[in-house]
Design a protein around this ligand. Structure first.
Ligand code: COA
Length: 259
């Protein structure tokens, strides 16, 4: 347990809040370790259907990796630091549950990279995104050079990573970096609302959607379609499918069990 990460659960939604407001929620080793532990804990917890990641306060989601820590790294330590950061951020992507980033304020460097590994990004109007690493003489190290291009395309990723410019929420929305923009102070509430809507659906089906889309992106289309068809077939073995379709035919809300 660390004071730098708040962990709360309500209505089957785990909310992880990076709480280091005096440093704009920058990711130091303690925050990263707490995040890793929290993600490991939630993975096998069937009572939680969705996760939200956010930052304390309205000024910053996460203003990047901790520059004080980065400044002391030797080359070998730098490589290990990046690999560890990638592994922890990667856990957001492979959690088996949807993870929504509620981006309030600055999402720079590691903050933008962390948001990129989430399933869905909701930004408040004051959110600002950027990969400013080149200003410090480094490159993104928590997956930004890879995921940003996959999310917004090569040219835009190149521009963001090479110029170190910050973009506002409206521009992030325009280029597909965020799913939705909401008024200041509303990002967490909007994320909760979306998590609730997801949690009302068939849990096994949602898990398979995550796998089909994510893994499919790493496959040629023909393989991805076979993978989709296999998961589609597997759904027919679930009680959730019987319940979902039964509920529709009987004109009542479905009560899924996740089996
Ligand atoms: N690592 C460590 N500390 C950070 C930080 C980071 N990534 N981002 C902000 N902080 C700290 C500042 O050092 C400052 O600490 P201090 O009060 O002890 O001096 C505090 O957070 C507030 O930041 P400050 O710079 O005073 O706020 P600002 O409103 O003037 O500027 C930013 C906000 C986000 C533009 C600016 O903090 C910034 O550029 N941060 C670094 C962003 C970055 O390069 N991230 C990628 C790292 S790889």
């Amino acid at each position: 347990m660390s004071d730098l990460l708040k962990v709360e659960t309500e209505d089957g939604i785990r909310i992880l809040t990076v709480h280091r407001p005096d440093k704009l929620n920058a990711l130091n080793a303690e925050v990263m370790a707490a995040l890793e532990a929290a993600l490991d804990a939630v993975r096998g917890d069937d009572s939680v259907g969705a996760v939200i990641v956010t930052g304390s306060g309205e000024k910053a989601f996460i203003a990047g990796a901790d520059i004080g820590e980065l400044s002391k790294l030797s080359p070998l330590e730098g490589r290990e630091h990046a690999r560890r950061g990638q592994a922890i951020v990667g856990k957001l992507e492979t959690l088996g549950k949807p993870v929504i980033a509620a981006v309030n304020g600055y999402a720079l460097g590691g903050g933008c990279e962390l948001a990129l590994a989430c399933t869905i990004r909701i930004a408040s109007e004051n959110a600002r995104f950027g990969q400013p690493e080149v200003k410090l003489g480094i490159i993104p190290g928590y997956g930004g050079s890879q995921r940003l291009a996959r999310v917004v395309g090569e040219g835009r990723a190149m521009q963001l990573c090479l110029t170190a410019e910050q973009i506002d929420a409206a521009e992030a929305h325009r280029i597909g970096l965020v799913n939705k923009v909401v008024p200041v102070g509303q990002a967490l509430a909007a994320a909760r609302e979306m998590a609730k809507a997801i949690n009302a659906n068939g849990p096994v089906a949602c898990r398979y959607v995550l796998e089909a889309v994510r893994r499919g992106l790493e496959m040629p289309l023909s393989e991805g379609l076979v993978f989709e068809a296999t998961l589609f077939g597997l759904c027919a073995a679930t009680s959730d499918m019987k319940e979902g379709m039964g509920a529709f035919l009987e004109k009542r809300p479905a009560r899924f069990t996740g089996r």
